[in-house]
Ligand binder design. Structure first.
Ligand code: AP5
Ligand code: ZN
Length: 214
């Protein structure tokens, strides 16, 4: 099973992807996580992308397609969850070509629909465990013990550099200009499914499961 989670910043793509990894043994490919790793490890590419990401602009197609290609060329797995990729029509075409080359299919594109007002709330309350990557929210998904990750106990909880009002505005603009055309693209390809991303995390997970088990 290869699936794409499509949706604006804060729609809950990462949250649902992590659940699918646990529940279905799929492999999460988040280009955002890969780019943040490159930034943190201080590679040449990391230095190039850091400012672009902090502003909320999209990184070039060439860089992200290269990252995905590297992962797809690795060992064979049960399936991939593409989280935050593709984000442009060029990336969607490239993914189609890469999958075809490997004899793989794209089984579902799940659009997570959330309105802008809710996104601001989601993004401003988000924090992440630096050790295991678990995603939390100040009000909708707090840690059980304050200051420590439920999953691994780490106290390295952090907020993202681009989770501020100004960068979020730019991320949303980029989404509507460059990424939202993919909804029509995949609708016409016949594999688009839409779920209500405004529902509670467990209910969104149920809608996603219903799409995958249809
Ligand atoms: P990326 O890391 O992909 O960020 P994003 O798309 O902005 O998505 P987010 O990670 O912000 O949100 P999410 O949908 O995963 O939501 P989450 O589950 O965390 O990209 C960052 C940057 O990298 C881009 O701006 C760009 O510069 C670059 N980049 C990445 N990929 C690229 C590409 N392909 N091409 C070019 N550039 C690229 O949830 C958000 C919050 O809400 C959390 O606090 C969570 O706990 C909470 N929450 C989740 N679900 C619910 C729910 N149902 N109810 C209540 N709260 C919820
Ligand atoms: Zn953790």
């Amino acid at each position: 099973t290869n699936i794409i989670l499509l949706g604006p910043p804060g729609a809950g793509k990462g949250t649902q992807a992590r659940r699918l990894v646990e529940e279905r043994g799929l492999v999460q490919l988040s280009t955002g996580d890969m780019l943040r790793e490159a930034k943190d490890s201080g590679t040449e590419m990391g230095k190039i992308v850091a400012d672009v990401m902090a502003r909320g602009d999209l990184v070039t197609d060439e860089i992200v397609i290269g990252l995905i290609e590297e992962k797809l060329d690795g060992e064979k797995v049960g399936g991939f969850i593409f989280d935050g990729f593709p984000r442009t029509l060029a990336q969607a075409d490239a993914l189609g070509a890469l999958l075809a080359r490997k004899g793989e299919t794209l089984d579902a594109v799940i659009e997570m629909r959330v309105d802008d007002a809710a996104l601001v709330d989601r993004i401003s309350g988000r924090f992440t465990c630096g050790a295991c990557g678990e995603v939390y929210h100040d009000t909708t998904k707090p840690t059980k013990i304050e200051g420590a990750c439920d999953e691994c106990g780490s106290t390295d909880l952090k907020r993202r550099a681009d989770d501020n009002a100004e960068s979020l505005r730019q991320r949303l603009m980029e989404y509507y200009k460059k990424t939202s055309p993919l909804i029509g693209y995949y609708y016409h390809a016949g594999n688009l499914a839409t779920v209500d991303g405004l529902a509670a995390i467990d209910d969104v997970a149920k809608s996603v499961a219903a799409v995958l088990d249809r």
